[in-house]
Ligand binder design. Structure first.
Ligand code: IVH
Length: 682
């Protein structure tokens, strides 16, 4: 295909995909099948790869992410990003209305909207194209998380509406829909990683991920609730919302113009009912004076606008009896207290367990046996006890104190300085720790020994065939054949017999053998070092490149690695200070596991920039100029010192000479930022 023909087709595909994206993610009314959509996308990606000169950071192909942001640049908001005053009762809201009436002395209208429970974001558009997405930060400046924002499919990257302003900013809330949240936590659970407590935390955590392709998988969404621009052509907030909707933004349909406070109360009552059915979290209703002129007249207090307020819903509470406290021991030995409650109905589901988090939180509640307690099911997935009704407690009531010994192996518990968790130090013989570690080790994201499910590992442990992860590699056919056990399915209560027949044994031994090829970074994760999740295991593996170098690292070496804090450094050192761990590691090494990064760097590097010439100019934020040049030549590109009609691209940093820019522009040579250059490569 000729370049010009390709350009036309690329543009057509981009337009088409943008339309389908809008129909699917904003309107929820797709008009083509997923398969047809994927085909169009595949064609676009193919053409963009063959014709990198038509690279566009706002192409729909960019939504799958892939850009890695090492640290998010801090940028100043064009318009400060304020928050709202809160009210918790209808009385307080009536007070607000009185203040508005007194301030305006004429008729006014309100607009009521939902208060989305996520992360506030400011999105800037320049020349009808998405330019930047910035978090609230301190309200004056926030983090530029643009690469991550682009993965949110309901946010338009190009505005095609004829009447849209070319340059403006919108404000909205990035949130994680319930479906995405449940999916994410399920995955985390399968990998024995800490769960997110609620969708808001998950959304905030996702926006701060460095790898945008990971963010793309989180399936975030965004509602827009405000428009800002110099010289807005609208007189009211309501008109702006309608315009935003027409321009392709996702604006929530639950909104209402109210001519007095009673209509506001009606909306609140309606939304309290709707809330349970929504596929995302809200925590209240926002009430705004509609006319911009009246907003200006009311102005601001030192913290909040006087023309808007939020009404917060009450968290749903239950009142019930505390029967007992149980203690669960996790794979790292952490002991978690769990309250056993008399069953109580909260927000539509029966609750009989509540989290007590740790000894400190438990002590704060001053729990006694048979206490009446208030249980809340707020945004959190696990209900929690928020208050004890001490007035109802008989004098004879017995206090509940945190246990001193492990409920599974009776070893005295310990606590690390500065940490809230009590843990059982008996890593070698405490049964749930052994089982938990082995299950983590064989899990899919770790060593992926999938033919050994939970029931089977338990059987092997009971029969003393394995006691630690290294024992797996000593297993022989004769150890396994014929083992048999009856287990009860915890969900259905049905009994099931598992027995190791020839095929089962072959599968297990094959999966164990295959795990020896698992790359070092996953082995690092599989070891189950406290506080070391998948991402950090990968980071450490890449940084130190071998387990020996990691073992030799000093505390300072460890904390000098990006995102490694004192807690994690301490737990890594503790792990390697334990002689038992060293013995296990030696056995794993002998078994043939990967304990270093394979040196295959130079072989697999792409040549995506071959036949292209580059002129590099200016100062860059993530690279030195020499590093940019090295990056280009490594990927097959050629560096030239001056711009000519033969130059394919100019890579421009800050302070690029104006003459150079003029020349590039006059010759129609694309000017790339460092991020755009990275986008062509990675
Ligand atoms: S308007 C000056 N509208 O609530 C007006 N905010 O405490 C600023 N929020 O940081 C905000 N839903 O993250 C507005 N419909 C809505 C909202 C909303 C959620 C969040 C927003 C803001 C916080 C205000």
């Amino acid at each position: 295909m000729k370049a010009l023909e390709a350009k036309d087709r690329i543009e057509k595909l981009r337009d088409e995909l943008n339309v389908h994206n809008y129909k699917y993610y904003v309107l929820a009314q797709p008009t083509i099948s997923d398969l047809e959509y994927d085909k169009l996308m595949e064609e676009l990606v193919g053409l963009e790869q063959s014709f990198p000169e038509y690279y566009d950071p706002n192409s729909p192909s960019q939504r799958v992410g892939g850009e890695v942001t090492k640290s998010f640049p801090n940028v100043r908001h064009t318009y400060p990003m304020l928050s709202l005053g809160n009210t918790y009762s209808k009385e307080e809201l009536t007070e607000f209305d009185k203040r508005v009436a007194k301030g305006l002395k004429t008729n006014y209208e309100y607009v009521c909207e939902l208060k989305f429970d996520g992360v506030a974001i400011g999105l800037s558009y320049e020349n009808h194209r998405f330019a930047r997405g910035v978090t609230r930060g301190d309200g004056v400046q926030g983090d530029d998380v643009s690469n991550n924002i682009k993965t949110i499919r309901s946010i338009p990257l190009v505005i095609n509406h004829k009447e849209a302003l070319p340059t403006f900013e919108v404000r909205g809330e990035v949130f994680m829909p319930h479906k995405s949240f449940l999916h994410l936590n399920k995955q985390k659970e399968a990998q024995s990683e800490a769960l997110f407590a609620n969708p808001r935390n998950a959304a905030a955590g996702s926006l701060k991920l460095q790898d945008s392709s990971q963010v793309a998988k989180r399936r975030l969404d965004c509602y827009i609730y405000g428009l800002l621009s110099d010289g807005l052509p609208f007189k009211t907030h309501w008109e702006s919302l309608e315009a935003l909707q027409n321009w392709g933004f996702k604006v929530c349909k639950y909104r209402k113009k109210c001519s007095d406070i009673n209509e506001v109360f009606d909306f609140i009552n309606e939304m309290e009912m709707v809330r349970a059915r929504l596929p995302f979290d809200i925590d209240g209703v926002v009430i705004k004076v509609n006319a911009y002129a009246q907003q200006t007249a009311l102005g601001y207090t030192s913290k909040f606008p006087r023309w808007a307020i939020s009404y917060k819903f009450k968290a749903e509470r239950g009142y019930t009896r505390l029967l007992d406290v149980l203690y669960q021991v996790g794979r790292t030995g952490a002991v978690t207290p769990v309250a056993v409650l008399e069953p109580v109905l909260i927000a539509g589901s029966t609750v009989q367990r509540a989290s007590l988090y740790n000894a400190g939180k438990m002590a704060e509640l001053d729990l006694h046996y048979n206490d009446m307690v208030y249980v809340e099911k707020g945004g959190d997935i696990i209900p929690k006890i928020v208050e004890t009704d001490a007035a109802k407690r008989p004098d004879s009531a017995r206090a509940i104190n945190f246990i001193t010994h492990c409920p599974e192996c009776n070893t005295p518990l310990r606590k690390k300085e500065g940490e809230a968790v009590n843990y059982c130090p008996n890593t070698s013989t405490c049964p749930p720790q052994i089982q938990g570690r082995i299950e983590h080790f064989i899990s899919r994201r770790a060593m992926d020994i999938d033919s050994l499910g939970q029931g089977k590992t338990e059987l092997l442990i009971r029969n003393k065939k394995i006691n630690n992860i290294a024992d797996l590699y000593d297993l022989r056919y004769d150890d396994l054949i014929g083992l048999e056990k009856v287990i009860t399915d915890p969900d259905t209560g049905k009994q099931r017999k598992i027995s190791f027949r020839d095929k089962t044994v072959q599968n297990i031994l094959q999966a164990i053998e295959a795990s020896k090829k698992v790359p070092f970074e996953r082995v690092m994760y599989a070891l189950g070092i406290r506080h070391l999740g998948e991402t950090m295991a990968k980071k450490l593996a890449r940084h130190f490149e071998s387990i020996d170098r990691l073992m030799d690292a000093t505390f300072d070496d460890l904390i000098s690695v990006d995102e490694v804090g004192e807690k994690m450094a301490g737990s890594i050192q503790d792990y390697f200070d334990n002689f038992e761990h060293i013995q296990i590691l030696e056995r794993l090494r002998k078994a043939g596991l990967n304990f270093s990064v394979e040196k295959e760097r130079d072989s697999g590097v792409s040549k995506v920039l071959s036949n292209k010439s580059f002129v590099v100019s200016g100062v860059f934020s993530n690279y030195s100029r020499d590093e940019i040049k090295a990056l280009i030549t490594e990927h097959g590109g050629e560096i030239k010192s001056s711009i000519s009609s033969k130059t394919s691209f100019v890579v421009a940093g800050d302070q690029m000479g104006p003459e150079k820019r003029k020349k590039a522009e006059s010759l129609n040579i694309p000017i790339l930022t460092e991020e755009e250059l990275e986008g062509m490569i990675y």
